[in-house]
Design a protein around this ligand. Structure first.
Ligand SMILES: N[C@@H](CCC(=O)N[C@@H](CS)C(=O)NCC(=O)O)C(=O)O
Length: 244
């Protein structure tokens, strides 16, 4: 059984899609980052970087529970555990790892910063231009790759596709359409046709609603508030909170 300690953000959804594709027994344990549950000591035991997602595989390598953070590493682990969504030949495997790392190192952080400055710092034109321009460039990288390959890494559907899709859901708001990005749109539609992806999208809405309801009377935090963030982040990473 796999426990997913998470929230249905793009990084959380990557793992949800993978678990649905594998068809294994799993459950979602809600970690509401809007009320600061990522900073609680129980979550830190699973995720030393205070982030979601984290998993606990109750039947990990060698038997017994195994805990992991970092969505890219979790996808590699689950691909190896299931023997699926990672090509068996060496070139296909390294291509998959390249495009998986490309998502984790570029698509996630750059789209994330663009969303942040567009939403939280509308008057910071420099930062908005920087991350919006870079995001657009990254969509072109995806388009170029997908003009040569059916799926991101190869002719096979892999964990690189699973990792990238949830981050690309906002493409319409960025003016990404089938005229300028025909191969990206073909790929995006192929992703949305997969039953596991459809189930993920339905579950993401349900989990969000459940978490909002559970947090109704609880004090919310603003993870973007730089004034109280400094103190909270220091506390969260102090040796005492980390079992030191
Ligand atoms: N590199 C990490 C990124 C994880 C991450 O940034 N998670 C975000 C949600 S998508 C989070 O936990 N944010 C809460 C916070 O920053 O306090 C991964 O791929 O797992």
């Amino acid at each position: 059984m796999i426990e997913l300690h998470s929230s249905p953000t793009p990084n959380g959804q990557k793992v949800m899609i993978m678990l649905e594709e594998m068809g294994v027994e799993w459950k979602h344990i809600d970690v509401n980052i809007g009320v600061g549950e990522q900073f609680e000591p129980e979550h830190l035991k699973l995720s030393p970087n205070n982030k979601i997602p984290a998993i606990v595989d109750t039947n990990g390598p060698g038997g017994g529970p195994y805990t992991m953070m970092e969505s890219g590493a979790i996808l590699v682990y689950l691909a190896e555990k299931s023997g699926r969504f990672m090509p068996k030949d060496a070139r296909g495997r390294y291509d998959t790892l390249q495009w998986l790392f490309f998502q984790v190192a570029h698509i996630g952080p750059m789209f994330g910063q663009a969303n942040h400055f567009n939403g939280q710092a509308k008057d910071n034109q420099y930062a908005r231009d920087r991350y919006n321009n870079e995001s657009l460039r990254l969509y072109r990288v995806l388009e170029n790759r997908l003009s040569k390959y059916q799926w991101l890494a190869s002719s096979e559907y892999t964990i690189a596709d699973i990792a990238t899709y949830p981050w690309c859901k906002g493409h319409k708001d960025r003016g990404i359409d089938s005229v300028a990005f025909p191969n990206f749109i073909r790929w995006f539609e192929a992703m949305e046709a997969r039953p596991a992806v459809r189930r993920n999208n339905e579950m993401a809405t349900e989990i969000r609603e459940r978490m909002e309801k559970a947090a109704e009377n609880r004090p919310h935090i603003n993870i973007y508030d730089t004034r109280d963030n400094a103190e909270r982040l220091t506390r969260a990473t102090s040796p005492r909170n980390n079992g030191g």
